[in-house]
Write a protein that binds this ligand. Sequence first.
Ligand SMILES: Nc1ncnc2c1ncn2[C@@H]1O[C@H](COP(=O)(O)OP(=O)(O)OP(=O)(O)O)[C@@H](O)[C@H]1O
Length: 233
Amino acid sequence: MSITLKNVSKIYKTGDVETVALKNINLEIKDGEFIVILGPSGSGKSTLLNVISGLDTPSTGEIYFNDIKISDYNEDKLTKFRRNYLGFIFQQYNLLQNLNVRENVEIGSAVGKNPLGIDEVLKSVSMYEERDKYPYQLSGGQQQRVSIARSIAKNPKILFCDEPTGALDEKNGKQILNIIQVMNNNLKTTTVVITHNTNIAYMADRIIKMNSGVIVDIIENQDKRKASEILWA
Ligand SMILES: Nc1ncnc2c1ncn2[C@@H]1O[C@H](COP(=O)(O)OP(=O)(O)OP(=O)(O)O)[C@@H](O)[C@H]1O
């Protein structure tokens, strides 16, 4: 699924204070593309991801998924659209503590239009053996893998990742990135990753650099690397 932003701005109002978090963003992300968004703290990366993915609404401008203008959707329609077509991976794992690994992943697959097999997904994140354990019995890296399994089980058209490896060490971080890359390669899932780790940009087709709410540069990556090949830290 492709994404198009036309003149998108986002202004936060807190009392009398206005913060312009996004200024007139124009952007096209192609179907199946792997995009990495880089930029200093406060530059608008999370706001951009939230607005693109319908977690928040733009103040002005239009957003399309293929030909569907989602910036016209009301909250109900947006929620359904997100549930059916979009996957999210955040730094926090957000697992349900009273459900085991398999049940957490089943929740993800249940909402998709065209879900993947649970066992297949658990195997792809190397958590099949751990399927009967509860979140408190798992390491941080394992919990993040379950969280990813839950996001990919519904076979989303687009995967949005906000600092997916922020809390992980090199070994676990690269394992997570590899899973995201395999999804993008094999299922052609359009992928948008926000990160502070500039090394991750080597995995992208295109790198978007942000500063003060604007896109300051878009770079075609001529040296696309596998997750296992990037440097760390
Ligand atoms: N809910 C909000 N209310 C008011 N201002 C906000 C809100 N969310 C973000 N902002 C402001 O909008 C600007 C962009 O924030 P955003 O979180 O998008 O940046 P970021 O690039 O993701 O930063 P970081 O890398 O630190 O997560 C900042 O000036 C921030 O203070």
